[in-house]
Design a protein around this ligand. Structure first.
Ligand code: NAD
Length: 490
């Protein structure tokens, strides 16, 4: 395996100290831009490290919950300012470890992290309770209290932004946190932790690096963890929910998707083609939970619209994620690359789908040096094939025609997922009726943007449980309510 000139040697954050794993083991982080290139060595933790971090978080909790919410918020606002100053460093690290293109993905992700800390930093005063009218003989009110130690487990596709979505509201609400990044992308998360640590008391935020098995499971099982906030694969989410059931602890799950896009003939134009490409997250190699990866197009415009789409996708520049000229970078890891290639092979060769553009990745030339897959659109696909049902998490869009909108909605809903949906029509009545008929936690009409801070976010069906990313999400996911009732009678 080749290595860059000097891979960095990272440490993780436990109880305010930067430490190695208990037994000194490490794992390699590679850049997907160039096969087999190690960029960093990171502590490979196990249950003993998890225990140390959870105990540090538990020890920090009593003092942290005593800090007035507005003062906790002030610290988050300082973190936001420092993140602003570190955007370029964060963006480069993200591009290197995830393969996401710096201009279109990594830099915008880093910029949004500051927004998230700023948003939640301003919400300290909103941790309000209510008074309950029980008559003149009683005074009853509710309080919003933190849970204690929150386990925040995050994936690799938008690692530092998803970490921020959990850490900022959890801390604002008075919890302490043990954060577990993905072994594919721990580096930018560690950089964010470094910034946070300059403003937070010791132990309030801890980061433990390692695999799902060696760190994620012991963290989810730890008796001092009082709440789990997880973003990742649906199967992993189910495993975590089972672990949490043993101790009856609350869990928020942000899971996978296979989100539909329904296109009416009145919107089959160039602008919609740009929107469909954005919704499919081609610029992030399709590696987004909200990727609109099933495109249902009215039969009257099916072929010409796919041609317009293919024309635009052909112009997307794929290559080195650190090159500002590129629109799209590399798939995060060899394992993920092989999974995506397997689906393309199955769709094209075994099922006979028609590749309108793209297909198997090049085996020679500059793109063969890393895990690059070009934008791929399949037609002649049936909605019950694996490529139309399973989350590929790659730049692979399947297109299916419809003639009756009822059928389009039925096909859109014929999935165990329900995260996002996209409706394309200039007729607002049709668009709204369709938006209300699809099973999805977030429906967008005539746009395909990524998650917006301030709006409750989460999935229907097997795409999730609970809501995050908003004031409501913070209150629901990171506080528990206590009722206090006082006898005012004689
Ligand atoms: P993953 O489930 O494999 O891993 C997510 C995190 O969980 C990682 O930190 C991993 O180490 C850890 N983990 C793995 N197994 C574990 C276990 N048994 N116990 C505890 N922790 C464990 O997911 P991934 O491959 O990193 O990310 C891609 C998935 O995430 C996709 O399915 C995608 O749709 C989903 N995702 C969802 C959202 C959302 O908001 N709904 C956002 C981004 C990604």
């Amino acid at each position: 395996m080749s290595a860059v000139a000097s891979p960095t040697r990272e440490k993780m954050l436990v109880g305010g100290e930067w430490v190695e794993s208990a037994d000194g083991r490490t794992f390699d982080v590679e850049t997907p831009a160039k096969r087999g290139t190690v960029v960093a060595q990171v502590p490979r933790s196990g249950p003993a490290d998890v225990d140390r971090a959870v105990r540090a978080a538990a020890a920090a909790f009593p003092a942290w919950r005593e800090v007035a919410p507005r003062d906790r918020g002030r610290l988050l606002l300082r973190i936001a300012d420092d993140v602003d100053a570190a955007v370029e460093d964060l963006a480069r690290t993200l591009a290197m470890e995830t393969g996401n293109a710096i201009r279109t993905q990594a830099r915008p992700e880093a910029e949004l992290v500051a927004d998230v800390f700023r948003y939640f930093g301003g919400l300290g005063g909103e941790l309000k309770g209510e008074t309950v009218p029980l008559g003149e003989q009683m005074f009853s009110y509710t309080r919003r209290e933190p849970f204690g130690v929150v386990a925040a487990i995050v994936p690799w596709n938008v690692p530092v932004l998803i970490a921020a979505w959990k850490v900022a509201p959890a801390l604002c609400a008075g919890n302490t946190v043990v954060l577990k990044p993905s072994a594919n992308a721990p580096l930018a998360v560690l950089e964010l932790a470094r910034i946070c640590q300059t403003h937070l008391p010791k132990g309030v935020l801890n980061v433990v690096t390692g695999t799902g098995e060696e760190v994620g499971t012991p963290l989810a099982e730890h008796p001092l963890v009082r709440k789990i906030s997880f973003t990742g694969n649906t199967e992993t989410g189910k495993a975590i929910l089972r672990l949490a059931a043993d101790r009856i602890i609350p869990v928020t799950l942000e899971l996978g998707g296979k989100s539909p896009q329904i296109l009416f003939p009145d919107a089959a134009d160039e602008r919609t083609a740009d929107g469909v490409i954005a919704a499919m997250r081609f610029a992030r190699q399709g590696q987004s939970c909200t990727a609109g990866s099933r495109l249902f197009v009215h039969e009257s415009v099916f072929d010409p619209f796919l041609e317009t789409l293919a024309g635009k996708l052909a112009k997307m520049k794929v290559g080195d994620p650190l090159d500002e000229a590129n629109d799209m970078g590399a798939i995060v890891s060899r394992q993920q690359f092989e999974k995506v290639v397997g689906y393309i092979d199955e769709g094209a060769r075994q099922r006979g789908a028609r590749a309108v553009i793209g297909g198997l990745p090049p085996t020679e030339g500059p793109l063969a040096a890393g895990y690059y897959v070009e934008p791929t659109v399949f037609a002649n696909v049936r909605n019950d094939w694996r490529i139309a049902r399973e989350e590929i998490f790659g730049p692979v869009l399947v297109a299916i025609p419809w003639s009756d909108v009822g059928d389009a909605v039925r096909m859109a809903n014929d999935t165990h997922y329900g995260l996002a949906a996209y409706i394309w029509s200039r007729d607002i009545t049709k668009a709204l009726r369709t938006a209300h008929a699809v099973d999805a936690g977030w429906v967008q009409i005539n746009q395909g943007i990524g998650q917006v801070v301030g709006q409750p976010y989460g999935g229907f069906k097997e795409s999730g449980l609970g809501r995050e990313n908003s004031l409501e999400g913070m209150l629901e996911s990171f506080t528990q309510r206590k009722s206090v009732t006082i006898n005012l009678g004689s």
